[in-house]
Design a binder for this molecule. Structure first.
Ligand code: ARG
Length: 631
């Protein structure tokens, strides 16, 4: 379906042209004064300069033409169109035009979203966990943001290839090997004369592995000789030394199983489980090619590629592709990975999601890739650098005793917080008349953004939530709290992880969005149970302001989704569903759907809130979480 903004713009272009002005002046935007109008066109001001006329005269001419045209047609688009000083054109949409747009959305598989992706391949590089180190909160943002971008893209018809791009080839491998030698010197991997097959069983469990790495890392800081041993071991591994390759495979297998479980718990998924090690085979060719092309030069024993441009506001350092000791670096491995991605997938676009402190690294890598011609000049390569997740003290989030908070624990904590809220609500609802039991009754005072008070006798009926259901619900809601808490912030900004706020069922939170969906589901259930037959009904022209507000919000869905993906900005989708949820709750406060006596009106509302639920559910699915049936 065409976006509503495009429909309005097309109409406005027609009007400008009919009045003798170029259509480029006819741009329509969402109103920034919702009290005055819904959409507006400010083009008369610019046109006035070009045509040497007064803006208000142009605006007046255009609106007069539109007024005239609209009376000719049986299908109107505008209910109000006014020229106001100095030359604004203020627009309000016609109710039946809105209704028919929404009825159209309801009939389309993707609710009126056009698949703009057309199968184009996009690589999304996110997750980026380091093998053998436990996932910690620093990895959370990359996983959560990346997952939502991958899902959005797929939904829009792109062929998204999500790659976890593990750190599986660096010094941590040598550290683990040497620590393992100190702990179990008798292992065959350390016997230089061993010639048999290496054992299939790993020499450690995940628990041991997680203990080995931090020990080794601490040791390497205190003990230079240990560090040197680890460097040598890393070097030998990277040059194919068999016993270490065998240990590496064990580390990979044990660690991957754990990582898959952890990402699975976050409902984060990858198409590729590749890593830095996969770039290895491309590196000798890469280094040679950069030299052959005259792009790489020696600098203090290292090999570097200059990337600075005259247009840069500050001088950017060259990209080091080989250290003086011959070792490859992070940038080298990213370039090798690009060669592989070009060979295997020919992506039309690259998106990388990491901490924003890696910004320079990606500028360097992207520029080298383009300079050397590995990636076409016009292929977008985007780095989304995100800010830090801080604690309430404004410092990077830590455990209570100051350690690095592990992701598993973080998820556990938020689930627990949500679980407590569910129990509180369960107790409250048990004290209520039977009709509201089973559903939580969140804000007694109608505090959902100042709007919602559950309809008495109209909420979910049935049993009180069992312990098991409460736990399962807490999982879903907890995940939504965590993900929405992250995604609703502009990625580049730091944010404060606030357990209480994120898990609250009111305000701009994940649980509030879920609650709104659950609430609609409950109204729909009750409608059906009362014998309501909304099949084939159509959404009607709105009566009240809050109803129209809800309808206007719904029409924006396809535009918002497209923009959020185009700008790689999931927070825009979050903002939208928050506004949509508020609009629904405002509408529902003003209209008692289940008590409505006009059956046609009631059925129309049922269609309207069904569409609202579908839009909300679609958006959260794309953001990476789901709603329970009740809360
Ligand atoms: N493993 C890296 C880290 O922990 C992130 C990898 C990001 N992806 C990439 N292609 N460099 O910082």
């Amino acid at each position: 379906m065409k976006k509503i903004l495009d429909l309005i713009s097309a109409r406005m272009e027609e009007a400008f042209e009919a009045c003798g002005y170029e259509k480029r002046f006819a741009k329509v935007v969402l109103s920034n004064r919702p009290d005055l109008c819904e959409y507006q066109c400010n083009g008369a001001m610019a046109a006035a300069k070009a045509y040497k006329k007064k803006p208000i005269d142009i605006a007046g001419q255009v609106t007069a033409w539109l007024d005239e045209e609209e009376t000719k047609e049986d299908a109107r688009m505008f209910s109000d169109i006014n020229a106001v000083m100095p030359g604004f054109i203020n627009i309000r949409l016609d109710g039946s035009f809105l209704a028919s747009y929404l009825n159209g959305m309801g009939q389309e598989e993707k609710l009126g979203l056009e698949e703009t992706g057309r199968g184009e391949t996009v690589i999304v590089d996110y997750g980026g966990a380091n093998v053998a180190k436990p996932l910690h909160v620093g990895h959370l943002r990359s996983a959560v943001i990346g997952e939502s971008i991958r899902r959005m893209g797929n939904f829009l018809g792109y062929r998204m290839i999500g790659d976890v791009h593990l750190g599986d080839w660096g010094l941590q491998m040598g550290l683990i090997i040497e620590e393992l030698r100190d702990r179990q010197p008798g292992l065959v991997y350390f016997d230089e004369n061993f010639e048999g097959e290496y054992p299939k069983e790993p020499p450690f469990t995940i628990g041991e592995l997680e203990d080995i790495y931090p020990c080794a890392s601490a040791k390497s800081k205190a003990d230079d000789s240990f560090r040197e041993r680890a460097q040598t071991a890393t070097f030998k591994l990277q040059n194919g030394y068999k016993p270490y390759t065998a240990i590496w495979k064990h580390i990979m297998a044990v660690s991957l199983e754990d990582l898959k479980k952890n990402y699975g718990n976050l409902d984060v998924h990858f198409d590729l489980w590749k890593g830095e090690s996969d770039a290895e085979p491309y590196i000798p060719w890469l280094i040679q090619d950069l030299q052959d092309k005259g792009l790489a030069r020696e600098s203090q024993g290292a090999l570097v590629v200059d990337i600075s441009r005259e247009t840069d506001s500050k001088e950017l350092p060259p990209c080091i592709v080989r250290k003086s000791d011959g070792a490859a670096l992070y940038a080298t491995s990213d370039l090798g990975t690009i060669l592989e991605r070009e060979k295997l997938y020919q992506p039309a676009k690259y998106i990388y999601i990491t901490d924003k402190r890696q910004e320079l690294h990606f500028i360097q890598v992207f520029r080298v890739a383009k300079k050397a011609g590995y990636v076409k000049e016009d292929t977008p390569m985007i780095h989304i650098g995100f800010g830090t997740m801080n604690g309430k003290d404004g410092k990077p989030f830590k455990t209570r005793d100051g350690g690095v908070m592990r992701l598993e624990q973080l998820i556990g904590d938020i689930e627990e917080a949500v679980y407590r809220r569910i129990l509180e609500n369960r107790e409250v609802s048990q004290g209520e008349e039977a009709a509201v039991s089973g559903a939580f009754v969140p804000e007694r005072e109608g505090a959902v953004s100042g709007s919602a008070v559950p309809e008495r006798g109209g909420t979910v009926s049935g049993s009180v939530m069992s312990e098991r259901e409460a736990r399962a619900t807490a999982r879903l809601v907890g995940l939504a709290a965590l993900k929405y808490g992250d995604l609703s912030n502009q990625a580049a900004k730091d944010y404060v992880f606030d357990l209480e706020r994120f898990s609250s069922f009111t305000g701009n939170t994940g649980p509030y969005i879920l609650y709104t969906i659950v609430r609609i589901k409950s109204i729909l259930n009750n409608y059906e149970r009362a014998g309501g037959q909304g099949e084939g009904a159509r959404i009607l022209s709105p009566f009240g302001d809050t109803e129209k507000e809800l309808m206007l919000k719904l029409t924006r869905y396809n535009e918002v989704m497209e923009n959020a993906f185009g700008e790689a900005a999931p927070h825009k989708l979050c903002q939208y569903i928050y506004e949509l949820a508020n609009a629904f709750n405002g509408f529902y406060r003003d209209n008692k759907i289940l008590a409505e006596e006009d059956k046609k009106q009631q059925a129309g509302w049922i269609r309207l809130i069904t569409l609202t639920k579908d839009v909300l559910a679609t958006c959260i699915r794309v953001l990476g979480f789901d709603a329970p049936d009740r809360m």
